[in-house]
Design a protein. Sequence first.
Length: 75
Amino acid sequence: MTREEVWSRLGAPTDQEGSVNDPRTHEEYGVRWNEKWIYRSGAEVVRVVLWHRYDLLGVFRIAADGTASSEDLPD
């Protein structure tokens, strides 16, 4: 799925860490990424989307206790 398709389905992220050209990688939820889109409801993080360059690595729903579960994107 492309960045445009994810943006179209989920809307603009509230925050972003890293960028498509950021050479630094991070590991979170068992995935190594260099860009993270963060979606909030108020101050609470409710979803994150992880990328490595232009490759979508995963969409994760974040529970109130901070645990994450993989999420399928809505059609």
